[in-house]
Design a protein around this ligand. Structure first.
Ligand code: DGY
Length: 325
């Protein structure tokens, strides 16, 4: 490892064709399941022309320095790119690419999985059956949940993922509100979504779902004050980034009954580890698997590898669809 003739450093084994596609360029692969440490990254990027990284790898100035001036592209196997110092890369003429909207549909699916699980006690029901606590058979009031059909969903961020969620919500016969920094009238027409201020969305939604990127403006967007604006019967769903929600405020809102519950695929610190959330009955927790269906992950790998091939093998710019900078 370290300095050799390989041109690409790949920070994790990937499902799908990426490694095969990049074989001709010479790949240094981090083979462990755990993310590489910063020390390992610094050592293995040395002399590389391309880095194929994950959302858990921080690619900053120090990494770019360690790679050297020949580094041409940082290709992230993710739709979020807050783990990359894009400004620094741009300054150095390094392309930054991501897998853009490839995972929109998969993430919208998991959003609905969480929404339905929260609303209809799916996890509690499964537990009851397995733990042999289902004693009476059918009962008129067993595990009564919340209706999804006819309920109002509030979508924060109507980009590709938010829009895919809105399409599903429409199929479920829901009222759709959305809040985003810019109003999207074309999407409103297509999706039947109504624009609302954040306060109105929080006050009127039965399910509030987050689909914004993480940046300075969205960090802790959902905090105590905003949770208090939600209905007591509402659920918060987060499949975007953990830090959009102030997790401490969320825990206390869930304990106090400020909101009914939450479905979370992402956390401020991952893996979650020791957290009061783990002991709570009114939450459904997933290990950041929003995009984890075989087809999507394989397509993401293909796109991430193709961006590198475009630059290193074909000597052209990456497809603008996947270019961040
Ligand atoms: C991403 O790509 O940013 C997603 O969170 C991965 O599931």
């Amino acid at each position: 490892m370290g300095r050799n003739n390989n041109k690409v450093y790949v920070t994790r084994r990937l499902p799908g064709p990426a490694l095969e596609m990049l074989k001709g360029l010479g790949v240094t692969l981090h083979k462990g399941q755990e993310p590489p440490t910063k020390k390992e990254i610094l050592k293995n990027v040395a002399g590389k022309d391309a880095i194929l990284c994950m959302l858990s790898d921080r690619i900053d100035k120090e990494v770019m320095d360690a790679a050297g001036p020949q580094l041409k592209i940082i290709s992230s196997y993710s739709t979020g790119f807050e783990h990359i110092d894009v400004a620094e890369a741009t300054k150095r003429g390094i392309y930054v690419t991501y897998t853009s909207d490839i995972l929109a549909e998969a993430t919208a699916d998991i959003t609905f999985a969480l929404l339905l699980a929260c609303a209809r006690n799916v996890v509690a029901g499964d537990r009851m059956v397995r733990q042999k606590k289902w004693k009476v058979g059918w009962m008129p009031d067993l595990l009564l949940g919340h209706n999804v059909h006819g309920a109002t969903i509030g979508i924060i961020g109507l980009g590709k993922i938010g829009s895919a969620v809105a399409r599903r919500a429409r199929g479920f016969g829901m009222e759709i509100l959305y809040y985003s920094r810019r109003r999207n009238e074309a999407a409103e027409k297509e999706l039947g979504a109504r624009y609302a201020s954040l306060d109105d969305l929080l006050a009127h939604s039965d399910f509030v779902t987050i689909h914004t990127t993480l940046n300075d403006a969205s960090k802790h967007l959902i905090n105590r004050e905003r949770l208090e604006k939600m209905k007591k019967t509402a659920f918060l769903i987060n499949t975007a980034r953990g830090a959009v929600v102030n997790e401490r405020d969320l825990v206390s809102a869930l304990k106090k009954g400020t909101i009914a519950g939450a479905g979370l695929d992402v956390f401020e610190k991952e893996p979650l580890g020791k957290s009061p959330l783990v002991a709570m009955k009114n939450v459904v927790l997933l290990p950041h698997i929003g995009s984890a269906d075989r087809m999507t992950r394989s397509r993401m790998a293909e796109v991430a590898a193709k961006s590198i091939l475009d630059v290193l093998a074909a000597g052209k710019e990456p497809d603008p669809k996947f270019l961040v900078n």
